[in-house]
Design a protein. Structure first.
Length: 230
């Protein structure tokens, strides 16, 4: 028996069409960093809270961490325990939609692709570490009609917990192999892995993913042969 695994032939990677033999039935999206370039908005929001309790601006590492986790998790990381209650009060008194939502930038061709996906009969959902305030974001940018369900940390534990993804699969009545999750952070990658859902990385080459995408323009030709089989 050949026990030298170094000389064994590597298994042939299957194509997307082979992987989605029954068609791609739905795509689940993260919000920040995928639908929107919102890092400036989020950083400004947390700097506003830090300023309210007498702290300097976020470091680059703190800004990066805050961008991918829930607000409660971010505050625990960036606010000392003695100031945490005051910081939460500052958050509660801040209208994100007035001050910071205008800083969010929809990604190019995003809406065009979502329209295309709906025309093809594809299901679309959102799984985000934002709270239910994400509904205000969707309404502001006229995106609410695209996504059902929308899973937030007001309903399920924050990613990387897979509960949000699993709840979407249950709502849709589909299997893990029927969908893809598109995210841009390590917590998205981990949530997809724990849920058993194929992960497509958006704008982040450092993540371990089935696909790495850099812009929505790439989705059209990628998805077309898959949805036509669904």
């Amino acid at each position: 028996m050949n026990t030298d695994f170094r000389t064994a032939a590597a298994p042939k990677a299957c194509s997307l069409e082979e992987e989605y033999a029954n068609g791609l039935k739905g795509i689940i999206f993260d919000c920040d960093g995928v639908l929107f370039d919102s890092k400036e908005a989020n950083t400004a929001f947390y700097n506003h809270i830090r300023n309210a309790v007498g702290l300097p601006k976020l470091s680059e590492a703190e800004a990066a961490y805050s961008h991918m986790v829930s607000t409660d998790e971010a505050l625990v990381r960036i606010i000392p325990p003695r100031l945490l209650e005051a910081a939460k009060e500052a958050r509660n008194q801040t209208r994100y939609s007035d001050k910071f939502m205008p800083l969010m930038l929809p990604l190019p061709r995003m809406t065009a692709f979502l329209d295309y996906a709906l025309e093809k009969g594809m299901r679309l959902a959102l799984c985000t570490n934002r709270s239910d305030s994400v509904h205000k974001v969707l309404e502001h940018f006229e995106l609410s009609r695209f996504f059902f369900p929308v899973m937030t940390v007001s309903q399920v534990p924050p990613k990387p917990d897979p509960e949000g993804l699993l709840r979407i699969l249950e709502t849709w009545g589909v299997q893990t192999c029927d969908v893809a999750y598109v995210g841009d952070s390590f917590v998205d990658e981990q949530a997809a892995r724990r849920a058993g859902v194929p992960f497509w990385s958006f704008g982040n080459e450092e993540l371990s993913a089935r696909l790495h995408l850099s812009e929505f323009a790439e989705f059209f030709s990628l998805v077309e042969p898959l949805v036509d089989k669904a």
